[in-house]
Design a protein around this ligand. Structure first.
Ligand code: SAM
Length: 330
């Protein structure tokens, strides 16, 4: 089967959030620890439920799954969940997005059960700054975790850096230079206006992608490096002499909605047909009531049918910043 929406986009990628808990408290992502609330445990999908929905999604036309959160690696038994998902017939790729803290212990077992790729969020190489951004003095663990992922053969390792003016924009060239040492993909991401953020004034901190690009020494000589095997939101290039690649993800400056191939499943069992939308469809209730696989497939099909043409982060919905404000993960 194939999932094709009304704009002729083929939808074959599912992001599954497996927890809304996180062991970091990034200023641009979550409310301060004191203001956090979490979904009740009974509302969160069990591993068996996630596996059933993943299998149904694959039967409907999904071929790639990425686990995310919250922080996926803090959910107990995550390796077992990955083993269950990797065994699904027809699933071509199982990947994870993580802050890297638990990779030292988990990279090897994850690779052993079939996780193929890993994205690690890393916004700074400076210890104090890491503590300021994330609320935790744990940069050394993240760097060791990236090393463990590399040693476990997870490749390519993708580093995701959210660039914030006045916070880490002075490190763009240092982070880009990692691609000379390692075959990593270092991807610079434009800051998005998320509703839980406690980082300050969005308009002041958002740095358009054009400005980010201009900070990279040698970018004029970079080879553009399209990646047809792995279509995604990042535009890739390689600096002359680099082992790795540099990517740019610019949901605010460049709409990549025209080639969007994604759905999201939230930790509490809702399907979102736009990663940047809060509109959702409850699939947990029918699942828990014993709906058949065909009925559950229909949920994925109708989520795809109503997939919007584009996201609205740039502000057709008003907020205090005058832009759309969205929750991610969950
Ligand atoms: N805990 C995992 C991690 O740290 O990668 C997975 C969840 S995290 C929400 C997924 C990605 O969203 C990270 O790469 C993070 O940097 C990005 N993200 C979170 N808030 C963002 C924002 N306001 N703008 C841009 N990217 C954001």
């Amino acid at each position: 089967m194939a999932l094709v929406d009304t704009f002729q986009r083929k939808i074959d990628y599912l992001r599954i959030s497996i927890t809304d808990h996180c062991n970091l408290n990034c200023t641009y992502c979550s409310p301060p620890f004191s203001g956090r609330t979490h979904q009740e445990r009974r509302e969160v999908l069990t591993f068996e439920e996630i596996a059933v929905l993943a299998e149904v999604a694959v039967a409907a036309g999904i071929s790639r799954i990425r686990l995310t959160g919250g922080e996926p690696l803090i959910r107990n038994g995550v390796v077992e969940l990955c083993r269950m998902l990797a065994e699904i017939n027809g699933l071509k790729s199982l990947a994870l997005t993580t802050n890297g803290i638990r990779l030292v212990e988990l990279a090897k077992p994850l690779a052993a059960v079939g996780v193929k790729r890993i994205n690690v969020s890393l916004d700074t190489l400076k210890r104090n700054r890491f503590t300021q951004i994330t609320g935790q003095d744990r940069l050394a663990e993240v760097l060791a975790g990236i090393g463990a992922a590399e040693a476990s053969g997870l490749a390519p390792i993708k580093i995701n850096t959210v660039v914030m003016r006045g916070v880490n924009d002075d490190e763009i060239s240092d982070l880009a230079a990692l691609t000379f040492e390692k075959p990593f993909h270092v991807r610079f991401i434009e800051l998005m206006p998320f509703q839980h953020a406690h980082c300050g004034d969005y308009d002041q901190m958002h740095m358009p992608i054009g400005e980010i690009i201009r900070q990279i020494p040698g970018i004029d000589q970079a080879r553009v490096n399209p990646n047809p095997d792995n279509p995604g939101p990042a535009r890739l290039c390689a600096l002359p002499g680099a082992r790795g690649k540099i990517g740019f993800i610019a949901p605010m400056s460049w709409h990549f909605c025209g080639s969007c191939n994604r759905l999201r499943l939230t930790a509490d069992g809702k399907i979102r047909n736009c990663l940047f939308s809060n509109d959702e469809m409850d699939i947990k209730t029918p699942l828990r009531r014993g709906a058949s696989k065909m009925e559950l497939i229909e949920f994925f099909t109708s989520a795809v049918k109503s997939k919007p043409r584009r996201h609205h982060l740039n502000g057709d919905r008003q907020s205090k910043t005058g832009r759309g404000m969205y929750a991610i993960g969950g």
